[in-house]
Design a protein around this ligand. Sequence first.
Ligand code: PMP
Length: 408
Amino acid sequence: MFNIEKIRSQFPILHQNINGKPLVYLDNAATSQKPISVLNSIKEYYETINSNVHRGIHTLSQRATEKMEDARKKVQNFINAKHDYEVIFTKGTTEGINLIAYALSNSNLIKKDDEIIISYLEHHSNIVPWQMLCERTGAILKVIPMDENGILQLDFLEKNLNEKTKIVSFNQVSNALGVINPVDEMIKMIRANSAAYIVIDGAQSVTHFAIDVQKMDCDFFVFSGHKLYAPTGTGILYGKESVLNELQPFHGGGEMIAVCSFEKTTYAGLPFKFEAGTPNIGGNIALGAAIDFVNETGIQNLQKHEDQLLHYAQAELLKIENLKIYAEKAHRTAVASFNLEGTGIASDTGMILDKMGIAVRTGHHCTQPIMEFFKIAGTVRASFAVYNTMEEIDILVDGVKKAQRMLS
Ligand code: PMP
């Protein structure tokens, strides 16, 4: 049974006043809050088994290794990867995408005039690494356009897929608008018309609905732990075994070698080939605890609750005159991105809401091309998580009305 009060009781940070008002935290697309089980996991790690992994003969090191490898298996099951060694610990989505881009060019798999396709809906971290790859290799970047509702124009994708297409990378859910892209349809189209590597940015999807990377048939799937109730500095790069085996490493260093000599170094197998240096051991273990939290809550329950929050928020916000929700008609999850027309910039609204204890994000959300498309500097973004309530939506809507009165 989904019990919102029980869920909220697990998040200590939510029970405080901000600017004299109860905190209403609606900035979950930026980062989510952490349940007690995750906080305890970090404390317990440092209090009882802190030591370096994989190299140690001593008991603490073995315990830490076991716990971290256990977390890897939890991630494997959570996204339904075939093998645990297809799950690579990173420090977040950004590092995951950069790792792929560098590993591909280090492996000479991208050459001059090859084509890389991304979408208009991308976060800067799924734009810039590919631009940098193009600069290194002479490859060409193409962008799938979108319409007024943030819906990608798939006929462009279909027309532009050919033997030159080497990478297609796009998000499953847009962080700025909450639009859910038709990933299955897109992947089928890409497979039918090219041999491109398919990279899915799952930063905003893994937090809201169930993921099955085998069924999806992507080559890579990346996400950040900190949006999934885990600590910052954690993240996952999933890669298909056959594809990961084609790639040269990104970082060189300890952990990732089989044999190191001055003449020649050979690399370790998966996943260690891509995990140079000491990992975020306590954080990775806590990511496992965050996945336990989501599993105990039930991802279907979480999804249903967040869908209800979004539908209610959208209906109530739209009752406000001169309020525009971006991508209003698109299939979306957990994000309402809006502006109050004729009231100046989004951050004015955000500042007024903050005074009422309401935390939203304002600005371009690291998606400047989307803002350019709509000819705006930014939006107010309210984004929802499992612990948000309908009452909080009412508080948001009241706050937005007050902001409108103050700014008009
Ligand atoms: N992609 C998307 C869709 C995101 O929402 C974010 C975070 N806002 C990122 C990539 C980058 O994630 P991180 O900063 O955790 O690396």
